[in-house]
Design a protein around this ligand. Structure first.
Ligand SMILES: Nc1ncnc2c1ncn2[C@@H]1O[C@H](COP(=O)(O)OP(=O)(O)OP(=O)(O)O)[C@@H](O)[C@H]1O
Length: 257
């Protein structure tokens, strides 16, 4: 089933310095349960595309459906959870109360909030930390808490905008492994923005390579890698071949821009 369908999507921002063509002719289908990474240099429209899916930006051309609905309707139907680059946890709330905040806003009864909070904290292996405050957790743990918050209302789609960009390499590796395992267990359709080629290749079933000025898709790679991916898969010829194709796509996009 197609979860996200973009047809000739265009978005031009009108700015004081003139128009900025952030997305040009973006056509893409994402099917249920896929893990799709968006990779490309700064300004190629990765975040803008995610924001269109989330109905936070309105395209100036083309069509976009999310779960068969207009993005506005999908947002009202709570079709997605959103994870940002900064964990964005409220320092005066415990981890548990941060994670259950969207459920409070949506009016879930207390017992259900507690049950859902416990379940998602267990999913990200933070069940022992529900009563701690954000500053008592490492950066990686805070980011896991923000993933738990996005999962709390069990939306079918997970939108992740560079969630691990600010973390060091070792922590990032571990979170990549955990995210892959989480995705397998929950089967959420995931859209993931990154600047890292290894991260995109390691995580994805599909990699969308983008280039700037104007922001457009230059390559879409269906990953030939198996579902089971230990971290050392990154040293295999299959992995390196996909990484090479992504790198070439990025290079050609830059030359054409
Ligand atoms: N609200 C806005 N108003 C005007 N221009 C914008 C707005 N949002 C984004 N842009 C411009 O649109 C282009 C695409 O931005 P976007 O943030 O989607 O890129 P990106 O690929 O996510 O970049 P990065 O990797 O740096 O996050 C950029 O040139 C940016 O300056």
């Amino acid at each position: 089933m197609t979860v996200i369908s973009a047809r000739s999507l265009d978005l031009t921002f009108q700015t004081g310095d003139g128009p900025v063509h952030a997305l040009k002719d973006v056509t893409l289908d994402v099917t249920e349960g896929e893990f799709v990474s968006f990779i490309g240099p700064s300004g190629c429209g990765k975040t803008t595309f995610l924001r269109c899916v989330a109905a936070l930006e309105r395209p100036t051309g083309g069509t976009l459906t999310v779960n068969g609905m207009a993005p506005d309707a999908a947002r009202k139907a709570r079709a997605y959870g959103y994870v940002f680059q900064a964990a964005g946890l409220y320092p005066w709330r415990t981890i548990g109360r941060n994670v259950s905040l969207p459920l409070e806003i949506m009016g879930y009864p207390r017992a259900e909030r507690e049950a859902r909070m416990a379940r998602v904290l267990e999913l990200v292996e933070l069940d022992q930390f529900a009563g701690k405050y954000p500053w008592q957790l490492s950066g990686g743990m805070q980011q896991r808490a923000s993933i738990a918050r996005a999962l709390a209302f069990d939306a079918p789609i997970l939108l992740m905008d560079e969630p691990f960009g600010a973390l060091d390499e070792i922590v990032r590796d571990r979170l990549n492994e955990e995210l892959l395992s989480l995705w397998r267990r929950t089967n959420k359709t995931t859209l993931f923005v990154t600047h890292s080629i290894p991260e995109a290749v390691y995580l994805s079933t599909k990699i969308v390579v983008m280039s700037p000025r104007p922001g457009r898709i230059t390559d879409v790679i269906d990953s030939p890698l198996p579902a089971e991916r230990p971290l050392d898969i990154r040293d295999t010829p299959e992995f390196l071949a996909v990484a090479h194709r992504v790198r070439e796509g990025l290079r050609e996009g830059m030359e054409a821009a």
